[in-house]
Design a protein around this ligand. Structure first.
Ligand SMILES: *[C@@H]1O[C@H](CO)[C@@H](O)[C@H](O)[C@H]1NC(C)=O
Length: 247
């Protein structure tokens, strides 16, 4: 019995070491497995890159490259939210990231909740750099489903929008989120439904899916709005599958 416990003591440091040394290998250019992707995560309102802390090491340890961004005045970006003047400025960290991507590189964008708006905007602006966009119980506007219509349907969303940056007006959002079939529509799109989401309930998620059909719908059972916290293993498994579907 005692020997067993001793043996186990070696396992954790070994596992941690192996995870640590795997990180540099996860780079697309150096790894032999073509299905290894670069995932870029966009948090929801009032959150930050930290909200993905459970999911990231799981995905990383399976060889994928992961980046979690803080949108403006979020997470460890200590700018005062009141200093953010428009939704474009709020999205700027993602815009900067996408602009800086090396020519040949593509990413899988994953947005949670209101992060879906940033993902939608990036799809319109950088359609050829995104192999798939994953909306994790996220707001998913489209060419035929504008923000005003979504805004009118979901009051919870409306109140959430008011919190991080009070200056996001409907007009500002409509202007920035003009989405076309040609750009936005050309990017593969996946919606991850969360069964027990109380912030954006199942009915609302279904309504968005019906009015702006994605290429694929993944349904997760027993997860709340914070899917990446409540079901990190399940979500990781789905993302790993998606990495194989969308080269
Ligand atoms: C949003 O879509 C609705 C329904 O298609 C339309 O009536 C409305 O004018 C649109 N609003 C904007 C700002 O484009």
């Amino acid at each position: 019995m005692e020997k067993k416990i001793k043996n186990n003591n070696y396992l954790l440091p070994l596992l941690l070491l192996s995870l640590f040394f795997q990180f540099p290998l996860s780079d697309n250019t150096s790894h032999p497995h073509h299905f290894h992707k670069h995932f870029v995560f966009i948090h929801g309102s009032c959150h930050g890159a930290w909200s993905w802390f459970k999911l990231l090491p799981l995905l990383q340890s399976s060889g994928h490259r992961v980046t979690a961004l803080d949108l403006a005045a979020s997470g460890i970006d200590h700018r005062n939210p009141d200093s953010i003047r428009s939704i474009s400025q709020y999205f700027q960290p993602l815009t900067d990231f996408m602009s800086a991507l090396p020519q040949h590189q593509k990413v899988i964008l994953v947005g949670h909740s209101l992060g879906g708006l940033a993902v939608a905007k990036a799809m319109e602006e950088f359609p050829t750099r995104i192999s798939a966009a994953v909306f994790v119980t996220a707001t998913m506007p489209g060419p035929a489903l504008n923000i005003s219509t979504i805004y009118g349907k979901d009051l919870t969303l409306a109140t959430l929008l008011m919190r991080p940056v009070p200056l996001f007006t409907e007009k500002d959002m409509s202007d920035v989120l003009k989405l076309s079939e040609r750009n936005y529509g050309s990017v593969k799109r996946v919606f991850v439904m969360s069964g027990m989401d109380l912030v954006s309930n199942k009915e609302f998620q279904r309504w968005m899916i019906e009015n702006n059909s994605p290429d694929r719908v993944v349904e997760m059972e027993g997860s709340d709005h914070m899917v990446m916290m409540s079901k990190p293993f399940q979500l990781c498994a789905h993302l790993q599958l998606l990495a194989q579907y969308y080269p």
